[in-house]
Design a protein. Structure first.
Length: 413
């Protein structure tokens, strides 16, 4: 491997980390402090933004320890047979970068993953050592998210939880068949076993904290995972069902969905085109329905068309159009569970309706002030001054409530 300076390594390994969606990111306007005004920067290779549960935006240094890998997963651009430029950080370089960026107010934490080098145990040791040095040697109190390796020694994975705020173990693909075909060196039972062990360790850590205040925190932000969408034949119904099982079995904080992106020198078993990005968006919306709106997986699956979520309307609207017998809902009388089923009403809007109706009757204008599009809501609700009569049963209702196409969609791939 050619000798590269730190900046060249950062360019390669920050770019290689962009395929990992387990770190929620958000773009912003470019600005820096090179002109002598202000402090910090939104530019620079590897800087991304994640959101804490309380809504704070946290800037993270998102990089790989190395993009070299002994595995040959078909869908991965860093696979062994891929013709990409390789680079590797040392533990000390990652620690130095993190601290240097932190002191310059560029970042508030680190997201660290890696390809597999030498062996799973060796790679996991390197990842853990980065976190250990930051915490114990430098007293770093910022956010750390570590990607763990399922077939590494369980003790190494446990150590990752002692130093990291969040750990994640990728299931990679929605089905065991897909994993066998596209990543034959990885094992679904092994991945699930590691996630089960991590769940147990997190629960043990919480119990210890209840009994002993001096007990160390263990992965306080929990564990997450990621699924690649569109690389295999799994439809949205299978993906939604799989995600629900993962939430139930392993108490995950998040399941991330990453639309498959065609890579150079791709294997013949991979699709030639990437799935629509809207498909990834609809899966996130279905995920929200199960986590925050009380929908069961089978109800989300029922909203699919031949196993696929519709791209032109969101999953909640698709469900409402299929099950019109559940509507209209009286916003002045219905319980929270029913109100959450109304297309266009979010959790905050429902909370305000429940609070307000204790003092006055809710009108259509009141609802309009709580939602982006009252036209989408009207066919499904009854208010003090509005009743949809035959509107809910119209055959062309979908055309009336579906969002209009934005001009930007003309340029979509």
């Amino acid at each position: 491997m050619a000798q590269l300076d730190t900046r060249e390594k950062l360019a390669i390994l920050a770019d290689a980390a962009k395929y990992d969606a387990s770190c929620a990111s958000s773009g912003t306007s470019k600005r820096d402090s090179r002109g002598g005004k202000g402090i910090g920067s939104t530019e620079g290779m590897g800087i991304c933004h994640a959101y804490a549960p309380d809504g704070r935006c946290i800037s993270l240094l998102k990089i790989l320890l190395t993009n070299s890998c002994i595995f040959d997963c078909h869908y991965c651009i860093n696979r062994k047979s891929s013709n990409v430029r390789r680079a590797r950080f040392t533990v000390e370089e990652v620690v130095h970068l993190t601290l240097a960026f932190y002191k310059r107010n560029y970042i508030e934490g680190l997201f660290l993953s890696s390809g597999i080098i030498a062996s799973s145990n060796y790679t996991m040791e390197q990842l853990v050592e980065v976190a250990r040095q930051l915490r114990e040697v430098h007293d770093f109190r910022g956010y750390i998210h570590l990607k763990t390796i399922p077939d590494a020694d369980p003790e190494l994975v446990r150590q990752a939880g002692l130093y990291a705020d969040r750990v994640s173990i990728n299931v990679e693909l929605p089905t065991t068949r897909g994993l066998t075909d596209l990543a034959p060196e990885k094992s679904a039972p092994q991945i699930e076993g590691a996630m089960k062990d991590m769940k147990g360790a997190i629960e043990d850590g919480k119990d210890a904290r209840k009994k002993y205040r001096s007990a160390p925190r263990f992965a306080p932000a929990g564990q997450s995972t990621q699924m690649i969408v569109g690389a295999d034949a799994a439809d949205d119904g299978a993906i939604v069902t799989r995600a629900s099982q993962l939430y139930d079995r392993f108490s995950l904080r998040r399941v991330y969905y990453s639309a498959f992106s065609p890579i150079p020198d791709a294997s013949a078993v991979l699709p030639l085109k990437r799935p629509p990005l809207m498909r990834e968006h609809r899966l996130y919306q279905s995920d929200w329905l199960m986590r925050f709106y009380g929908f069961k997986p089978k109800e989300v699956v029922a909203a699919t068309e031949d196993g696929m979520l519709p791209l032109d309307i969101d999953p909640k609207l698709a469900w409402a159009l299929k099950f019109r017998e559940s509507f209209p809902v009286d916003v002045n009388k219905a319980p929270r569970e029913q109100l959450l089923r109304v297309p266009g009403l979010g959790t905050k809007a429902v909370g305000r309706i429940l609070k307000s109706r204790r003092w006055r009757a809710i009108t259509l204008d009141d609802v309009a002030r709580l939602t982006v599009s009252v036209a989408k809501v009207r066919p499904f609700i009854v208010t003090a001054d509005w009743r949809p009569t035959l509107l809910t049963d119209r055959a062309d209702l979908r055309l009336l409530v579906k969002p209009r196409a934005d001009q930007l969609e003309l340029f979509a791939a």
